[in-house]
Design a protein around this ligand. Structure first.
Ligand SMILES: Nc1nc2c(ncn2[C@@H]2O[C@H](COP(=O)(O)OP(=O)(O)OP(=O)(O)O)[C@@H](O)[C@H]2O)c(=O)[nH]1
Ligand SMILES: [Mg+2]
Length: 287
């Protein structure tokens, strides 16, 4: 069979996680309209009659401001360097800018690269042609696929093209496995996704979620970590309304996933400036 690891690389918010979920057919990576949603490399496994493709969703590459940002970029660049193929995802509803240049300058030229123009449902012919000219000039050897991860348009074309690059290889995962991430990760990310949806700018970016690994049966306990005292109040909300809302929404999603009811207990804890704390970051799996 043909097999390989394919990195999904790009700026924040271009639709990498939307694409990996669409390919796998299940929500394995959280999505939000806010940038820097994904903070880790998340594998999603695609199988068909004669191939297995392990897609790797990565954090959106951006100019780092914190130690966490640096770690996130590192994860993306490491994958782009070491996997068999890179799918560089572009938001085709936006003009080319400095952020795109930053990624192109940093990408390894040894690894073959396919360009995916995503969000074409939101774009127009003029803009798409302008971007095409730009990328043909900068990456003349890379084919371009126009697609919409949200509408499921041309995902099959992308996979067909990826398969032309793959060579004979082992089956890395059994066919029932769809991701390398476990239930603990799923719970933490689901809570963070709900927070990203319910809270305004800045605050959700300051959140980390740590789920107690030793939860038993139906009782799940998780800590929402924030950077500042003032954020703790915002997450708890007036008379505890906000944390209650986050808890209910997250619990419902987790119950849907599991197929049975659970208890979800949330607490909020301040870990001052955790995004720059090497000690804390290593505790939650970075560095
Ligand atoms: N119109 C349109 N919106 C899309 C498409 N794909 C993704 N989106 C939207 O774009 C936003 C960002 O999607 P994500 O999948 O979270 O983007 P990402 O690249 O994983 O972002 P980071 O994790 O921050 O790097 C969400 O609101 C998606 O619904 C698409 O093909 N068309
Ligand atoms: Mg993402």
């Amino acid at each position: 069979m043909k097999s390989g690891f394919v990195s999904l690389i790009g700026r924040p918010n271009v639709g990498k996680s939307t694409l990996i979920n669409a390919i796998v057919g299940k929500k394995i990576s959280i999505i939000s309209p806010k940038s820097q949603t994904t903070r880790d490399a998340i594998q999603g496994v695609y199988n068909d009659d004669d191939s297995q493709i392990v897609f790797v969703d990565t954090p959106g590459i951006h100019k780092p401001k914190t130690v966490l940002d640096k770690e996130m970029d590192k994860i993306a660049f490491y994958n782009a360097r070491t996997n068999d193929l890179t799918v560089l995802m572009i938001d085709a509803s936006r003009k080319f800018s400095d952020g795109d240049n930053y990624i192109l300058r940093s990408l390894n030229k040894e690894v073959p690269l396919i360009i995916a123009f995503n969000k074409i449902d939101e774009s127009n012919v003029l803009l798409i042609n302008e971007l095409k000219e730009k990328y043909k000039e900068l990456l003349p050897d890379s084919p371009i696929v126009e697609m919409s991860a949200l509408e499921g348009f041309n995902i099959d074309e992308l996979i067909k093209l990826i398969k032309t690059y793959l060579v004979e290889g082992p089956q890395y995962y059994d066919v029932k496995t769809i991701t390398n991430k476990d239930f603990k990760f799923y719970v933490e990310e689901t809570i963070r996704e709900v927070a990203l949806k319910l809270l305004k700018e800045e605050v959700p970016h300051s959140i980390a979620v740590i789920c107690d690994e030793h939860f038993e049966g139906k009782n799940i306990f998780a800590k929402i970590i924030v950077e500042k005292d003032s954020q703790k109040g915002i997450i708890i909300g007036k008379r505890g309304q906000m944390i209650k809302k986050i808890g209910i929404r997250a619990r419902k999603q987790i119950e849907e996933y599991l197929g049975y009811n659970i208890n979800l207990e949330l607490v909020v804890q301040v870990e001052k400036d955790w995004k720059n704390s090497n000690k804390f970051l290593s505790k939650i799996g970075y560095k």
